[in-house]
Every structure is written in structure tokens, then in C-alpha cells.
Design a protein around this ligand. Structure first.
Ligand SMILES: Cc1ncc(COP(=O)(O)O)c(C=O)c1O
Length: 371
């Protein structure tokens, strides 16, 4: 396909997931509120399929280049992947990543269902050494909340050469800056709660899967496990996708500018943002990503008390968990009991939104003045 045939992301976001045009037919898909479907069709029942999910799934599939299933949350989607693992399967994963996934893996290991090998996921040699004998390599890049960049092309290729399955949580990067299925991964997971829906008003997840047999197994896992999306949430997520490239591009531009300014701020001890040329992961990120995202984190000269004071002092940025919404959010990650102890007590994760950059900077500056 030539470049001219392929719609650019902004166009794709506007065109995908719409009903075929008919006279007086609707431009948008309906919110299909149906548990019961007339007999004789391919779907059969409301837990097996829904036309509003299908519209959303076709949109995500177009972005991730792979058939997609939507689930009731990002965690439900990831849990469906782990539910396919046979007892005793070895899973190699990050020793520091999204705490929900870490805790799910630790729980499965403690219950004797799987065996986990936790590694410094940005240390390529350490991960390469852990791959032989693993059934699944679970990757997240950039990592939450330290913004480490994982060498996706190298690790995916190595895992595949050992017959190890690879799943990538693409929530932070989004398909606008990296498409792991095109690098050879088997599964891409999203918390749709974040950038793709973008308005902090729904909780939803997805899996995009290359292999048709694996797709079918995960579709069955959703059908039987029952972690299905609500049609209204699916419709809102699709509505959010219409502006996803615009929102992401503005948020990313704001994040890069804030990172540059924070880097030279006297109250900041360390800034984690792979877009900064001084960042230890900058060259790796540049080698396969088309951007650096809109989440950053930083530590303060100070501890938990100072970080809480900063988060409590903002007026434009909301003090709350989550990320990927149109509004900027920040929080001290260690306030959560489930967060990894290797995350510094003063680390603040900032999800940069689409506000005016000078309003954001004034707010950050005055909040840092409080300590
Ligand atoms: C990287 C990442 N993956 C998965 C999840 C889980 O998604 P959800 O909250 O939609 O279940 C989150 C939530 O914060 C996340 O940050």
C-alpha cells in the first residue's frame, strides 16, 4: 500500500467505525442496548457480541493493525490473557510497571498458578537471559510510573525465536507512536480508560491480536469470563477516538515543554521523560518510536510530605490518579500501597493534558514554591 492510500491518523480517527452510508442512515453507530437477539444469527446473545463494541473494535483494529476485542476494563483485558496460561507457565515481566498488573501476576504466582520472573525490563541483557523457558513475555513501554523505555524490537524478536508469546501494554505510548503488532508482538493491550477515550469518564480495555486462533481463544475467554464492555461506554470510547490524535499531539507538545522547564528547576531532583536528549532512554526511544508521549514523572529534593504538598497545591492540574485524559492530573505514586517499593517516595507522575502551556507552567511553579 502506498503512503497516499493510507489515511493519516487524524483522518483515520474520524472515518473508522461508522455504519455504511445509506440515504437517511445515521453517521454514527447506535448504542445497541440489547441482551436478547432474534435466533438464527451469528452472534446469538448480548454477552457474545454487540454492534457498538464492533464499531469500537474496528476503530482500534485500524490503529493497532490487528483484530481487536474490547473488555470491561484494561485489567479485565490483561486478566483474559493471563487466564489462558497453563498451570506452572513461566511469565517474564517487569519488576516495576503498572501496579495492578504487577499485583495480578504476584497473586497468580502466590496461588501456584504461574511462575513469575521479574526483571529490570529496561535492562535488555537481563530480559534476554530470562526469556528461555518462558511461556509469555509481558512488556509495558514506557513503564508506569518511571518512563523507562523497553527495547521492544529486540526483545520481541528474541522471545519469538524462543517460542515465547509476547504481550505489550501500549497504554502509555498509544498506536500513534508505536505499533507492537507490527514489530512482531502477539497481543497489544490497552486501558481504553486513558488516551483512546480521553475524557476520564469511562473504564474500558482492549486486546488486539494477530493470530486468528489466539483471537478466538481470547474471544471465548471474554464470552465465558463475562468481562464485557457496556454499550454506552463503548460508544463514548469511539466518540473519544474521533479527537484522539488531536488530543495526543497537543498533550505531547505540552509534556515536552514542561519536561524541558522542570529539568532546570531547582526543586526537582530527577525528571523522567524519554523525549529529553539527556534522558538515559532517549536514543532507544528515538530508534523505534515516533514520539515520546505525554506522561512524565519527577522526584523532588524532599520526600513524601513535600510531594503531597505539591500535589495538593495545584489549581489547574487535578490531584488524582489515572492518566491520558484531556485534563492534566498528578499524584505521588507511593501513596498507593500496591506501588513498587523501588519507586521513590517523592515521585510525582504527571499526565499532561491539553490546557494552555503557560497556565500549566504557572500552576506547577506556584505548587513547587510551596516547599
Ligand atoms: C499501563 C496501564 N495498564 C493497564 C491499566 C489498567 O487499566 P484499567 O484501569 O482500565 O483497568 C492501567 C491503569 O492505570 C495502566 O496505567
Amino acid at each position: 500500500m502506498s503512503e497516499n492510500d493510507f489515511p493519516h491518523p487524524e483522518t483515520l480517527a474520524i472515518q473508522v467505525g461508522r455504519p455504511s452510508p445509506t440515504s437517511d442512515g445515521p453517521l454514527n453507530p447506535p448504542i445497541s442496548l440489547n441482551a436478547t437477539l432474534h435466533a438464527g444469527g451469528e452472534v446469538g446473545y448480548g454477552r457474545y457480541g454487540n454492534e457498538t463494541w464492533s464499531a469500537l473494535e474496528s476503530a482500534i483494529a485500524a490503529f493497532e493493525s490487528g483484530p481487536t476485542l474490547v473488555f470491561s476494563s484494561g485489567m479485565a483485558a490483561i486478566n483474559a490473557v493471563f487466564s489462558l496460561l497453563p498451570v506452572g507457565a513461566v511469565v517474564t515481566a517487569s519488576d516495576q510497571g503498572y501496579s495492578g498488573v504487577m499485583n495480578l501476576l504476584r497473586g497468580l504466582d502466590a496461588a501456584g498458578k504461574i511462575e513469575i520472573r521479574l526483571v529490570d525490563i529496561a535492562n535488555t541483557d537481563e530480559v534476554l537471559a530470562a526469556i528461555p523457558g518462558s511461556a509469555l513475555l509481558w512488556l509495558e513501554s514506557p513503564t508506569n510510573p518511571s518512563l523507562k523505555i523497553v527495547d521492544l524490537p529486540k526483545l520481541i524478536a528474541a522471545a519469538k525465536s524462543h517460542g515465547c508469546g509476547v504481550g505489550v501494554d501500549n497504554t502509555f505510548a498509544t498506536p500513534l507512536i508505536q505499533q507492537p503488532l507490527l514489530m512482531g508482538a502477539d497481543i497489544v493491550a490497552h486501558s481504553l480508560t486513558k488516551y483512546l477515550s480521553g475524557h476520564s469518564d469511562i473504564v474500558l480495555g482492549s486486546l488486539s491480536i494477530k493470530d486468528p486462533a489466539l483471537f478466538q481463544r481470547l474471544s471465548d475467554a471474554r464470552k465465558i469470563g463475562g468481562a464485557i464492555a457496556g454499550p454506552f461506554e463503548a460508544w463514548l470510547a469511539l466518540r473519544g477516538i474521533r479527537t484522539f490524535p488531536l488530543r495526543f499531539s497537543k498533550a505531547q507538545e505540552n509534556a515536552a515543554e514542561i519536561a524541558r522547564r522542570l529539568q532546570v528547576h531547582p526543586k526537582i531532583a530527577k525528571i523522567n521523560y524519554p523525549g529529553l536528549p539527556e534522558n538515559e532512554y532517549h536514543l532507544r526511544a528515538k530508534s523505534f518510536m515516533r514520539g515520546f508521549g505525554a506522561v512524565l514523572s519527577f522526584t523532588l529534593h524532599g520526600g513524601a510530605i513535600e510531594a503531597e504538598m505539591v500535589c495538593d497545591s495545584s489549581r489547574v492540574i487535578t490531584h488524582a490518579t489515572s492518566l491520558g485524559g484531556i485534563e492534566s492530573l498528578w499524584e505521588r505514586r507511593r501513596r498507593w500501597a500496591g506501588e513498587s517499593e523501588s519507586v521513590p517516595e517523592s515521585l510525582i507522575r504527571l499526565s499532561v493534558g491539553c490546557e494552555n502551556i503557560e497556565d500549566l507552567w504557572r500552576d506547577i511553579s506556584q505548587a513547587l514554591e510551596q516547599i
